[in-house]
Design a protein around this ligand. Sequence first.
Ligand code: NAD
Ligand code: WQD
Length: 338
Amino acid sequence: MMGTVLVTGGAGYIGSHACAALIEAGYQVVVLDNFCNSSPVALKRVGEICVTPPICVQGDVRDRDCLDKIFHAHTITAVLHFAGLKAVGESVDLPLEYYDNNVVSSLVLLAAMQQAGVTNIVFSSSATVYGDPPSVPIREDFALSPTSPYGRSKLMVEDILADWHVANPNWSVCRLRYFNPVGAHPSGLIGEDPQGFPNNLMPFVAQVAVGEREKLFVFGDDYATADGTGVRDYIHVMDLVEGHVVALEYICRQPGLHTINLGTGNGVSVLDMVKAFEHASGQSVPYEIVKRRPGDIAACWADPRLAETLLQWTASRSLAQMCEDAWRWQQGNPRGYA
Ligand code: NAD
Ligand code: WQD
């Protein structure tokens, strides 16, 4: 399936890489982003990477008029819905902002798609919907119990999409549950550009390696894991977005409601990540063990077999490659897009 894809949140970390992968695969791309957590420079850079740049619309997904204009001006065949707020800690302090941004935007988008006759949507969900899993690896049929307003907003949208699909069985709806996306485009031109203090491990490690920060704070070394630090399923952002391209092709052939983990199936500890990053960058990453971060779990990794079966997709890039690509981006852009 080729055609024009609307990418909401396309200027963001994952969205910008998705734009590059979609254009590479032969799609035309229209981005809708309000730049609340991103820079228009990211889209300019996508234009440098790809032969055809994405078409950019600055606007809010909750603005129905804006969506109607996009659907009127372009023959959109599918929507990748990345736009949303994503900081777990911030969502505890600002629950209304999170529900408004993440849930309302999805409602407005579905209504606009229905009016325009666009029936293919891929939604960015998260492994956070599983909460603290009873065991690992995590399969898609595990119980869902998110523990933050952010996670609950993702689950609400998943439920809305399921109800919507019951009412509209001709639609193709894909709920992709990402594990921990890291790394950057191999060009070093686009990457993750967190505003202020990074919440996530990899950008923090990268900022320590480049000398922007003095040391990493490791949140606990007394978990029931091999080295006591938290274990996660880090997935290269390029693998993740290539998974979106194949998911899009799959759902366009196969109407239905699909729910798929995107992970590698490998567990990596905080200290494994520090070592891998030191090796990739040739820099030392000093760290200090501090107390656990509230709400963190010991270990979380995907059972990736459903994606393999349905999409014939597996993550292929190594931890070393994730670190090398993140390092290239970090070195070339020590202050991100600013
Ligand atoms: P990001 O913040 O870099 O990108 C989100 C983009 O959406 C930003 O460009 C932001 O400006 C835009 N946006 C936010 N609200 C908007 C609105 N109302 N209208 C228009 N644009 C809006 O985040 P990301 O890491 O690229 O994540 C993309 C999606 O994937 C999010 O839905 C996130 O919840 C989900 N996700 C991310 C991770 C992760 O670790 N990065 C993991 C699982 C799921
Ligand atoms: C990874 C590990 C930390 C920072 C979050 C969201 C999740 C998803 C991905 C959106 C943990 C440790 C971290 C630091 C550390 N996002 N750590 N020092 O918490 O697995 O997932 O991002 O959907 O919903 O919760 O990722 O990168 O924050 O942490 O020691 O400065 O690194 O304790 O073990 P997490 P993370």
